[in-house]
Write a protein that binds this ligand. Structure first.
Ligand SMILES: Nc1ncnc2c1ncn2[C@@H]1O[C@H](COP(=O)(O)OP(=O)(O)OP(=O)(O)O)[C@@H](O)[C@H]1O
Ligand SMILES: [Mg+2]
Length: 319
């Protein structure tokens, strides 16, 4: 029996894509992912666009079936051993605002929907919707407003309330602040910290921003090209990155304004990483430490440092 809240084992996801001459080539959006999440823990998934973060989040809420491997929740396979109850235990806040909530819904409708789906009785429904809307910072006078008339920040608070009303054990939050202005980002991040400290709910927090990861998470998993490169306690990973890619990320930390960031960021390398889905390490074309062996992705190396467990996937630690 696994003692982890969530355990991802040898998980791979391939999408079929149209190749040249109508050949359908499988495209590995995730390749051999191994990851665990504990009760009350916040794990950040950190990686650039296309690294596979959303795909992994969607597998965990059962929107995508893995091509290979397994996901266990409380020791049971989420696709074969969990039924409808699973949607009570694990909720998701979506990256794409349109996917998140029907804009025609009122705030109240949006947040009560998960409770209605689970046939929660009227009194409890009323209590829960009100409790979590207020908790998320939505004023009573907004309860009957349509979601489409809310500001971005208010909308995100409604999405948060909606993800909490069933009092889940785990929330998957997919870049919940990246569409917001800096000042708002800070406010919403405070709310995610409260999900951890007050509500003690576990979180898988998806972000492309190392600062955001640092602000909210206990541990971080660094992803690139559908692979995990490194996992460890967030503070340690930032202080002493083990993987050359993590070091590269820290050295090329985008400037804090998202506007400036987008202008600075566009390099060819993002494209390169996206297209590299072979047997090798996706960072090897840019890596200062590359060796011949890097054409094969390395096995996991576990390093214990002062009782802290770190994992890194780099041949450098296997020599
Ligand atoms: N349904 C799909 N069909 C084909 N390819 C897909 C599908 N969904 C995702 N992909 C591809 O899989 C890769 C990983 O996508 P994913 O959305 O998981 O990345 P991400 O890390 O969330 O990126 P972003 O930061 O842009 O949100 C991308 O190259 C994407 O184009
Ligand atoms: Mg994404």
């Amino acid at each position: 029996m696994s003692s982890h809240l969530l355990e991802i084992k040898n998980l791979s996801v391939s999408f079929r894509r149209n190749g040249l001459f109508f050949k359908k080539k499988p495209f590995w959006a995730l390749k051999n992912i191994n990851l665990t999440l504990e009760k009350e823990e916040t794990l950040a998934l950190l990686g650039e666009s296309g690294s596979g973060k959303t795909t992994l989040g969607r597998v965990i809420v059962r929107l995508i079936k893995p091509t290979e491997g397994q996901v266990l929740f409380k020791g049971r396979d989420i696709f074969s051993q969990w039924k409808r109850e699973y949607t009570k235990e694990v909720s998701m806040i979506f990256q794409n605002p349109r996917e998140a909530i029907n804009p025609r819904f009122t705030v109240w409708e949006a947040v009560s929907e998960p409770l209605i789906v689970h046939k929660v009785n009227k009194n409890l429904l009323k209590e829960r919707v009100e409790k979590y809307l207020l908790w998320a910072g939505i004023d009573k006078n907004l309860f009957h407003r349509r979601v489409e008339f809310l500001s971005g920040g208010q909308r995100q608070r409604v999405a948060i309330a909606r993800s909490l009303v069933l009092e889940p054990t785990l929330v998957v939050a997919d870049e919940p602040t990246s569409a917001l202005d800096m000042s708002l980002q800070y406010e919403i991040l405070k709310l995610f910290k409260k999900i951890k400290t007050e509500l003690k709910i576990s979180q898988l927090f998806i972000t492309h921003d190392i600062r955001t990861a640092a602000a909210v998470s206990d541990r971080v998993a660094v992803m690139l090209g559908g692979r995990i490169m490194e996992v460890g306690p967030t503070k340690e990973v930032i202080k002493n990155p083990l993987h050359p890619y993590t070091r590269y990320l820290l050295e090329n930390m985008p400037v804090s304004s998202p506007f400036l960031r987008d202008k600075n960021k566009k390099t060819d390398q993002g494209e390169l990483f996206q297209s590299v889905r072979d047997q090798g390490c996706p960072f090897r074309f840019v890596c200062p430490q590359r060796e011949l062996k890097c054409t094969l992705f390395p096995p996991k190396v576990v390093i214990e440092q002062n009782n802290l467990r770190r994992e890194v996937y780099c041949w450098h630690y296997l020599d």
